[in-house]
Design a protein around this ligand. Structure first.
Ligand SMILES: [Zn+2]
Length: 309
């Protein structure tokens, strides 16, 4: 019999573990594996069409929350999933299962996020609690001439890239490190510009310091969905490549020295897509890798060290 665990009563989980006398090794294994499975059941009516599985169970700002809705009777009906009242893209992942991402960032308020999964037998309304996370802050002094770099052309191209939602999932397993350079600026760093806290700013990616001309590889299979060059107006981003990994997951690589790929090309994980440079608004050679989910720049770390099926 399938064990249903109340999402609201984690002490109930402890009791359930004791009752079934699972060994501490198996409990530890389950914890280490990160296989935290929460089947949410409401008391009545007796049968709902979807089971909802949320991971990770305790997300922090910057995490990507994966919500899997499983249809118990194998219907091909894609559930309508909304989070705090806003519809979110949902894609089939096989065997009557559907996945919705809740991408989060330092700009997402901590607290409760209500997920509504509407199926043929009525909606399910589990919730997830997003925790605060402290991000490093930097103080930057900019001359006025440096604060308005960028062309409409590049902003439009990049904005369009971030809205891509392709149904086919191309990534598989943990993402690869795109540069062998050391991390020079981590995800989520906040800034004061000329002493004023930039409310909307956070570092939307990871920077790797590496020599000009060193390789940049695709972290996962993807379709080249954006190629921008300084000569065409990419004065802020510099030479840029954008990869569409499918289902709302995209990578952007900026400040490149050279670009090795063509728009529309499919690249494999590990394939060299360009080289590190310092083009655009950059003070020295480095790679900036931004990972976007449904248009939100998320922390790539959980994608590097874990995997999203
Ligand atoms: Zn950066």
């Amino acid at each position: 019999m399938k064990q249903h665990i109340s999402f609201y009563g984690l002490p109930g989980l402890n009791a359930a573990l004791k009752k079934h006398q699972f060994s501490w090794q198996s409990v530890l294994f389950m914890t280490l594996a990160g296989a935290i499975t929460l089947f949410v059941t409401l008391a009545h009516p007796p049968a709902y069409a979807y089971d909802v599985l949320i991971a990770p169970s305790g997300p922090r700002q910057g995490d990507t929350v994966s919500i899997i809705s499983s249809e118990s009777r194998g219907s091909a009906h894609v559930p309508a999933v909304s989070i705090n009242g806003t519809g979110h893209p949902t894609f089939a992942v096989g065997n009557g299962r559907y996945r919705t991402f809740l991408p989060t960032s330092p700009l997402h308020p901590s607290g409760e996020y209500i997920i509504r999964v509407a199926g043929p037998e009525g909606p399910r309304n589990p919730m997830v609690w997003l925790s605060d996370r402290s991000f490093r802050t930097q103080r930057i002094t900019l001359p006025p001439s440096r604060s308005n770099l960028g062309t409409d052309y590049e902003f439009d191209q990049v904005a369009a890239f971030k809205t891509i939602l392709s149904p086919d999932k191309l990534w598989n397993g943990p993402l690869l490190r795109p540069s062998q350079g050391s991390v020079s600026s981590e995800y989520g760093v906040r800034r004061y510009y000329n002493g004023v806290f930039a409310e909307d700013y956070y570092h939307r990616g990871v920077d790797y310091a590496a020599a000009t001309g060193s390789p940049v590889i695709a972290p996962a299979m993807g379709k080249v969905a954006l190629v921008g060059r300084v000569a065409d107006g990419f004065e802020l981003h510099g030479n840029t490549v954008g990869l569409d990994h499918g289902q709302g997951v995209e990578s952007i690589f900026i400040h490149l020295n050279s670009i090795n790929v063509q728009p529309g090309e499919i690249v494999q994980a590990g394939q060299v897509i360009g080289t590190v440079g310092s083009t655009g608004a950059s003070t020295g050679p480095h790679l900036h890798w931004g990972l976007y989910v449904n248009g939100v720049a998320v922390d790539p770390n959980p994608w590097r060290h874990g995997s999203f099926e």
